[in-house]
Design a protein around this ligand. Structure first.
Ligand code: 6PG
Length: 229
């Protein structure tokens, strides 16, 4: 595991994203608020990202265009800001199918694009104060999924209180590169639980460990307090 405590984590993540996207990679993006600036910086780079495919690590099951949708944040911060000829493809979750239908549909699209054992080139993840990541929330059945690559989360148990669709450990842990972007003092304890030695088994993020890929934490000083660089 590579721990990078830096002044501008969004810049570091934007550069990683650009590298993989320029090479035509398949990237799963994090939702929430922290990555927005990284996406904006990536959009400003004037790079040709047209060969890349962007997926969502998780989505809130809300109507298309709803301001809680992760896809909307990604469009506004990243894809809509890039001229069409250089814009990456964004694979949105079809939320109108409902949580189960949308999860099954997203999984089959992943398999269509990447084969029956899909490996993402880069997975960007965030971390919640309760140590959830993507929409893998503490104590929920999605944590025990061993077969499906994408699953429904009928009750999030946190704001926004809407069902979710999330990538599961079996998919996240086959990625070539997993990067957590975490900022703010309110995440320091969750980071220690997920990545301390030993990790706390009840932390959802503690089970994201790519077997044949790299794991990198990109942290600001406040979040990284107490983590070994
Ligand atoms: C989401 C997420 C989620 C997020 C964390 C951190 O859809 O909310 O993908 O896992 O990364 O909750 O969110 P913040 O960056 O907003 O703190």
């Amino acid at each position: 595991m590579d721990v990078r405590i830096v002044d501008d984590p969004a810049r570091v993540v934007a550069d990683l994203l650009i590298d993989v996207a320029c090479a035509g990679g398949h990237v799963a993006l994090a939702g929430g608020s922290t990555p927005r600036r990284a996406y904006e910086l990536a959009a400003q780079a004037d790079a040709d990202l047209s060969a890349a495919t962007l997926w969502l690590g998780d989505e809130r099951v809300v109507p298309r265009g709803d301001d809680r949708a992760n896809a909307r944040m990604v469009r506004e911060a990243l894809t809509d800001r890039i001229p069409e000829e250089r814009r990456p493809r964004l694979m949105e979750v079809e939320t109108e199918l409902g949580p189960d239908g949308a999860a099954a549909d997203y999984e089959s699209r992943l398999r269509e694009e990447l084969g029956n054992h899909p490996r993402l080139d880069l997975v960007l993840l965030g971390l919640g104060p309760d140590s959830h990541t993507a929409s893998l929330f503490p104590g929920k059945p999605a944590l025990s999924e061993t077969h499906r690559l994408v699953t429904a989360v009928p009750e999030a148990g946190m704001e926004p209180q809407v069902p979710r669709v999330t990538m599961t450990y079996p998919l996240l842990n086959t990625a070539r590169e997993v990067v957590f972007l975490v900022a703010g003092a309110d995440k320091a304890e969750a980071l220690r639980r997920a990545f301390g030695v030993p990790p706390d088994e009840s932390s959802p993020a503690a089970h994201v460990r790519p077997g044949a890929g790299t794991l990198t934490l990109v942290l600001d000083q406040a979040a990284g307090e107490g983590m070994q660089p």
